[in-house]
Design a protein around this ligand. Sequence first.
Ligand SMILES: [Zn+2]
Ligand SMILES: [Zn+2]
Length: 85
Amino acid sequence: MASYCHGACRCDDCRRANTLYHRELRKRLRARIGTPYEAVPHGTAGGYANHGCRCRDCSEAHRQAMVSSYAKRKARSGAQRKNSR
Ligand SMILES: [Zn+2]
Ligand SMILES: [Zn+2]
């Protein structure tokens, strides 16, 4: 199943998905260089990640997002371990 393989798989479906993913990534990278400073939604994780803005507000929002996603992942893996026992 295509949805099952993720990562190291080299079947046609996965390769095509990978190519598409990298094409999108490149498009986004190019786009974010062209984002004018005023058009960036400052103070959001998207301003940092999608537009490459490194102003103080965007960096702070990005840091907060990283912290909360890390905490969420940690909480989930902790719950999983508890359930499997
Ligand atoms: Zn595959
Ligand atoms: Zn910014």
